[in-house]
Design a protein around this ligand. Structure first.
Ligand code: GRG
Length: 294
């Protein structure tokens, strides 16, 4: 049974969500009459959980990095994440009408504007990194890590594997896990290791934590797709089955998938061994990804 998270965690996540909205609103102010800007704001300022910026600020906290600068990095990552949602929802991809309880960006603004809004958010992410107050060496390291996590070697490459799997169906659980590690896990990995990068450090423990939390998150997503409703989730459910996608639930069954998600959440917590109370909210985040209802 997934453990509940504490009120402290709920408040901390809500605080980071508010602060991230504030940073994005400031960096991308409303422009009367600007259709592209309106679509970019619509896509990025929705009701997201802001879990990735939360992980960025928590990992930065482990290294004593200035939280305002960490929020900028979290905002950059959220731009990449939201671009991926906009493009993933397009008719050529998942063809979804609902996202975060609202019409998808292409439903609201039309397909061409949605494609450009996604492109705009992706490129803006790197502008944000260049506008941080870190040294040039740290900025370069952040740009490199985010580019690798987002592109062919990360999320976009994982999405391609996922599309290919729809046609051929992956025969192995390990192949599905490898695909998900790129598609969903790479951005989680950036989120968790960015604190070390901002401090000019390296932390293998955080990468291990990220691998497990990314898988726990994706398995929970597969379970929610089966067990939840569009009203609760804010997006269509039952999509994986209708598209013939290889999911963890197919391989493990619902109960098996729940156990596997728990196992990864516990492994993420175990990866933080040696850290003290300063990593408490990261430990809770691992439990949150499997206990969440949306
Ligand atoms: C270039 C046309 C084109 C498409 C690219 C990059 C891409 C399509 C897809 C990326 C893969 C993707 C969207 C994976 C989904 C991962 C996932 C489960 C997202 C939901 O994350 P949450 O629950 O969402 O954190 P919120 O709404 O809380 O931010």
């Amino acid at each position: 049974m997934a453990q509940e998270t504490s009120p402290r965690f709920t408040i901390a996540l809500a605080d980071v969500a508010d602060a991230t909205d504030g940073v994005l609103d400031r960096l991308l102010p409303d422009e009367p009459g600007g259709r592209l800007r309106a679509a970019m704001r619509y896509a990025v300022l929705g009701q997201g959980k802001r879990l990735r910026p939360f992980l960025v600020t928590q990992s930065a906290g482990l290294f004593g990095v200035d939280q305002q600068q960490a929020l900028m990095v979290g905002a950059a990552l959220e731009c990449v994440h939201c671009y991926s949602l906009v493009h993933d929802d397009l008719p050529a991809m998942d063809n979804d009408d609902l996202r975060r309880g609202q019409p998808t960006t292409h439903r609201k603004f039309g397909e061409a504007t949605a494609i450009l809004a996604g492109d705009g958010l992706l490129t803006f992410a790197f502008e944000i990194l260049a506008r941080t107050e870190f040294s040039e060496a740290v900025q370069m390291a952040l740009v490199l890590a985010l580019a690798k996590a987002s592109g062919e070697s990360g999320m976009v490459g994982g999405q391609m594997l996922d599309i290919e799997a729809e046609a051929t169906s992956f025969p192995f659980l390990t192949a599905t896990a490898a695909m998900q590690s790129k598609k969903t896990g790479a951005l989680f990995c950036f989120a968790c290791e960015s604190g070390a990068i901002m401090a000019g450090a390296d932390d293998a423990q955080l990468r291990q934590y990220a691998d497990h939390i990314g898988l726990a998150f994706q398995i929970a997503d597969d379970i929610l797709d089966v067990e939840s409703s569009p009203e609760a989730l804010g997006k269509a459910t039952g999509k994986d089955k209708s598209r013939g996608k290889a999911t963890f639930v197919d391989f493990l069954g619902l109960d098996g998938a729940k156990l596997e998600a728990e196992r990864h959440a516990e492994a993420a917590v175990a990866a933080l061994e040696g850290y003290g109370p300063e990593a408490g909210l990261l430990r809770e985040a691992a439990r949150f990804v499997v206990a969440r209802q949306r």
